[in-house]
Design a protein around this ligand. Sequence first.
Ligand code: NSS
Length: 433
Amino acid sequence: MWLSYRNSNSKDVKNKAEGEVVRLIGWIFTKREHPEKIFINMRDRYGYIQLVASKEMLKEKFKDVREANVESAIAVEGVVKYDKRAPGGVEIHLTDFKVVAPADIWPVTLSALKSPEFMFDKRHLTIRGPRSRAVLLIRSALIQSAFEYFTKNDYVMINAPTFITSAVEGGATLFELKYFGDKAYLTQSAQFYEEAAICVFEKVFVIQPSFRAEKSRTRKHLTEFWHIEAEVAFAEHNDIMRVEEELLSYIVSRLNELVGEEIKYIRGDLLKEFTPPFEKISYDEAIEILQKKGVEIEWGEDFGADEERALSEEFDEPFFVTGYPVEIRSFYHMPDPNRPEVTLSSDLMAPGGFGEITSGGQRIHDYNALLNKIKKMGLDPSEYEWYLEIRRYGMPPHSGFGMGVERVLRWLLDLPHIRDATLFPRTPSRLYP
Ligand code: NSS
């Protein structure tokens, strides 16, 4: 009934002529009350529109407007009126007003806005605010753009399981759970399943959640995040870096097209667009840059948050760090044949102090080489039986990567914390709502 009642919306009214009658549904976002007139800023899926309720036109229904709390769901009918003083230059003068679902007094007061903890305890309500609305719309467009990039380039989307039996990215961050009589874990990455699937489809991608029991409380880590991953058969390390830089460039320019208004609302301007190829520096060069800056780090050590910040401060466009040492990469990374102490792998870093947004590289595709590596790293080959077995049946050289949706969104929108980039964040200290 209500859906067919609606014949316009907050965005569409701008296409209507002065005097046209429109029917809208939505929520009262704010209300400004005067004795004979009430101004409502109504929101719907498309944005915001000013409604003007007057005693003169609404008669006895004016009381209903007066009594309706903010966040009540409403259905209204009114006349389009262009007025420079209205936000967006157009407003609706109401001829009818109905409360579809009333609201209690809104608990998010101005002083509550100052407490991030309260705001996240009430996330089920605070997402209705204009800032969360914009960020979540941009997030949706980001995932849509990634999907577009992959499908335009002949990738097949696969769906990998969430319950798994062995670690992809090391045991330290595995969530363990009971699986009837057995132990299972929550997946850290769909990579191994993608590797099986490339022998069918050559190019595959997933967009799905990954889980990490990261105890470190940082502004960059969630315990549940959305992972965009791709894997390509017959591709070498350089080929996959090309995919990463093309994907990121595509996402950024598409976001400006799809949700430019929301991006400007959050950042004040559109996103800076990039063109591949991106700059590539070796891990060795990165260490040199850091040491010159006085950062205490030796060759062979991994970058922590401080190192990533110090390094990426030196750049103003995204860049790759390539050739990480074997010891600090997961077992599946292919050693460089010309220099076996480093891997054919890379991280894509966002500039300006932000740091890692993707991680990828070439995989070991030879059965014996992988078996030896698993043993050498002190892992149990029986935990990787099927992963090894795919290497006995025509597994070509292949490469892939993973990109965290919230990481990229946080960087692009300059959000204070990664939890702002997701609907209901999961962190070590937050499992509710
Ligand atoms: O651990 S990664 O560095 N790499 C992998 O999981 C590979 N198995 C991916 C692949 O090659 N298919 O994670 C990849 C990206 C990383 O660059 C971040 O952008 C994101 O996933 N990531 C996270 N985002 C938010 N929170 C946490 N905890 C997190 N961990 C990784």
